[in-house]
Design a protein around this ligand. Structure first.
Ligand code: ADP
Ligand code: ZN
Length: 292
């Protein structure tokens, strides 16, 4: 039996099982680490009944994923009280006595989608969430990308035409990076109301599609990825997908000669299939990797 955690800034989703068919989940609010992890470990001890083999954690970050680092498995810097420099992987290992694999929440989500969802069987795929922030996880040659730290796709720098969009952006580090211009709170700050209440024909959506397509084109050009999945609160707007695909094609302008980006954009850019469960299912895939 495998255990998984999708560790978020507001809640920890915990699950046991081996996949979508037998997954059993519960969730706890993210409060002080001792309290939250007390709840989490209690749940796994009860549900695991001594049969837990490994645990996978897809976590909010930034997290230290460098196995040679003395702070491997730590949440490094976060404004969340108590969680900065917290040894999340160590706490789980100690609490449950099983191997732990930790990764970013979005790397978890892309792993889940590649196993059971909209990127099934693909060696290369990207998962982006457009929500309170923008985050992305990537699989390249069948492996999630870590590199130096881990990708921070949300903070890609993209062209910002101030005559079209004078809004300065809200990223505390870069101001008008992709997240600073296109996350949910940026839309709310620019237009004065939450993204969810803007009419489908509001000009906000064409601008949003423009920024997201700029980010996607950069991912296609740099990773030659085979599919891009777009999830998160802002992507609950169905009119965004056709706008993004059209803008993506316009920006790429036929340069990449492959049917995926010439004829099959409906497949190439699509929503995740596992809905809210991509992260927790991906955590089970991570748990499997901890066993290996
Ligand atoms: P989080 O990123 O915190 O995990 P979400 O993915 O739900 O959470 O993203 C929250 C953001 O998505 C908020 O900025 C909110 O305004 C926006 N959002 C939520 N629902 C919708 C919707 N139906 N349409 C557009 N934007 C939405
Ligand atoms: Zn930024």
């Amino acid at each position: 039996m495998l255990a998984g955690i999708e560790a978020g800034g507001t809640k920890f989703v915990c699950g046991v099982g081996s996949g979508p068919d037998d997954l059993k989940t519960t969730q706890f609010p993210t409060s002080a680490p001792e309290v939250t992890l007390g709840n989490v470990i209690g749940f796994f001890k009860h549900e695991g009944r001594g049969n837990l083999e490994a645990i996978g954690v897809g976590s909010f970050g930034p997290v230290d994923l460098d196995r040679s680092s003395s702070t491997y498995g730590y949440i490094t810097s976060t404004p969340k009280p108590g969680w900065s420099n917290f040894d999340l992987a160590g706490a789980m290992r100690e609490g449950l006595g099983v191997p732990v694999a930790l990764d970013t929440d979005v790397n978890g989500a892309v792993l889940g989608e590649a196993r059971w969802g909209a990127a099934q069987g693909l060696s290369d795929a990207v998962y982006l969430t457009i929500g309170t922030g923008i985050g992305g996880g990537a699989i390249v040659h069948g492996q999630v990308v870590h590199g130096m730290v881990h990708p921070e796709i949300g903070h890609l720098r993209i062209p910002h035409d101030l005559s079209r969009d004078p809004f300065p952006g809200i990223c505390p580090y870069h101001q008008d990076c992709l997240e600073g211009l296109a996350c949910g709170p940026a839309m709310q700050a620019r237009w004065g109301s939450p993204a969810g209440v803007l009419e489908p024909d509001h000009p906000a959506w064409a601008l949003e599609a423009h920024y997201l397509a700029l980010g996607l084109v950069n991912l296609t050009l740099s990773l030659s990825t085979k599919r891009i999945l777009l999830g998160g609160g802002v992507m609950q707007q169905p009119q965004l997908f056709p706008l993004i695909r059209k803008e993506f094609a316009r920006l790429l302008n036929g340069y990449v000669q492959h049917r995926s980006v010439l004829d099959d954009l409906d497949e190439y850019i699509q929503p995740p299939k596992l809905g809210g469960q991509a992260g927790i299912l991906g955590a089970l895939v991570l748990a499997e990797s901890a066993l290996a």
